[in-house]
Design a protein around this ligand. Structure first.
Ligand SMILES: Cc1ncc(COP(=O)(O)O)c(C=O)c1O
Length: 379
């Protein structure tokens, strides 16, 4: 059997040994719940979670209490809809304008589109230029703005700081929500420079484990009501709902937004992933190599520019799923389909594409062998 060439890090990154070791060590030697116990072991886990929070805060230039652990980008984006919709106090985003873009992943846009579906708000589109980048100066006015910092199809970084500033010129109170799931892999994030209200990414795409996400909240105290309720997020209950005189006092952030037991093992592995990625960003010369070599094949239609973080293309005269199955059978793991980004595919006028993405562990030999196999399939 062929050795697998893993070129699908944009879907999920392979895990560095240091992450696996940190998780195994926790499970074998230090396991306990966090935020619950007072024994030495439990407070040790509290410290490990606090350290992971501080590490990831530093990674994006935030403060630890602005970091909320979620289960992933999808979870974060869905939760933001409920947090800003203020499901308990009911102020809501009724009659508000939400701006989305055709670069968005389904995870970022669908939660808002579903509000539109129930006639709660109006959806408008952020314009794009001819290179499919978000256009800044001429933005429509919006109350909420979903900004994809890097499309998982186009792979180009957007100037989030400039976009946020342009949106604020039209409406100083606009709530800006950034999907950084792809951006975070290739670029340093400075949430203070971006000055966004919310930002989400998934731990599994930066080499940490699945089931964990990071949601940055600029002003955690601004959002009065949590969106999830349970253990660890409430500091005081007075009265009783049975007697119609209950009042709740939430913990302060971030605990207010972290009901229930956290994904502890994944959180314990996170600092090692942050360290590894910071020192070993994916080598984008591999993408340039693919661009230069495969652009010579007349049947390969390349969508992404040479300086993209991704190599996205389709094959003239071949169904993209057939292509994916053929190279997959020869050991090349890449992504084919609409990549949960159907809007950009509609704009591009293709039903699906193939995407090669490189992670920290990929080397030039991987893409040389992948290109050999792709050329043998697309003659
Ligand atoms: C740009 C973008 N946003 C959101 C997501 C959703 O991430 P997750 O499935 O980890 O929640 C992805 C995943 O591919 C993505 O690429």
């Amino acid at each position: 059997m062929n050795k697998v060439i893993y070129l699908d890090s944009a879907a999920s990154a392979l895990k560095p040994e240091s992450v696996i070791r940190a998780e195994m060590d926790f499970l074998q030697n230090a396991y306990a719940n966090a935020g619950r116990g007072i024994c030495g072991r439990a407070s040790n886990v509290d410290n490990m979670v606090a350290n992971a929070r501080a590490d990831v805060a530093r990674f994006i230039n935030a403060a630890p209490d602005q970091i909320v652990f979620t289960s992933g980008t999808t979870d974060g984006m869905n939760r933001i809809v409920h947090i800003i919709n203020d499901c308990v106090c009911g102020a809501g985003i009724k009659n508000k304008t939400v701006m989305v873009s055709d670069l968005d992943h389904h995870s970022a846009r669908l939660p808002f589109e579903l509000l539109y579906d129930s006639d709660l708000c109006k959806i408008v589109l952020c314009p794009m230029d001819e290179k499919y980048n978000l256009v800044c100066p001429d933005l429509p006015r919006a109350d909420v703005f979903v900004i994809t910092a890097m499309s998982n199809v186009m792979g180009m970084p957007q100037d989030v700081g400039a976009i946020v500033r342009a949106a604020r010129k039209k409406n100083p109170d606009v709530i800006t929500v950034v999907d950084a799931a792809q951006y975070v892999v290739h670029n340093e994030i400075d949430v203070q420079e971006w000055d966004c209200d919310f930002m989400c990414f998934s731990a599994h795409k930066i080499g940490a484990d699945t089931g964990l996400g990071i949601m940055y909240v600029k002003n955690p105290d601004r959002w009065i009501s949590p969106d999830k309720f349970g253990g660890g997020m409430i500091s005081k209950i007075t009265g009783s709902a049975v007697e119609h005189n209950v009042t709740f006092q939430w913990e302060s952030a971030p605990a207010k937004f972290e009901a229930g037991t956290l994904p502890l093992t994944q959180i314990i592995g996170l600092p090692a992933a942050v360290d590894y990625l910071s020192a070993n960003r994916p080598n984008l010369d591999l993408i340039k190599y693919l661009y230069d070599r495969l652009s010579e094949n007349p049947r390969i239609k390349i969508i992404t520019p040479r300086d993209s973080t991704l190599f996205t293309f389709y094959v003239d005269g071949m169904h993209i799923l057939d292509f994916g199955a053929s190279v997959g059978a020869r050991g090349v793991c890449l992504r084919v389909g609409n990549m949960c980004a159907s809007w950009i595919h509609k704009v591009l006028g293709v039903a699906g594409t193939a995407r090669i993405s490189v992670g920290s562990m990929n080397v030039m030999d991987d893409v040389v062998r992948a290109a050999d196999i792709i050329e043998s399939v697309v003659k």
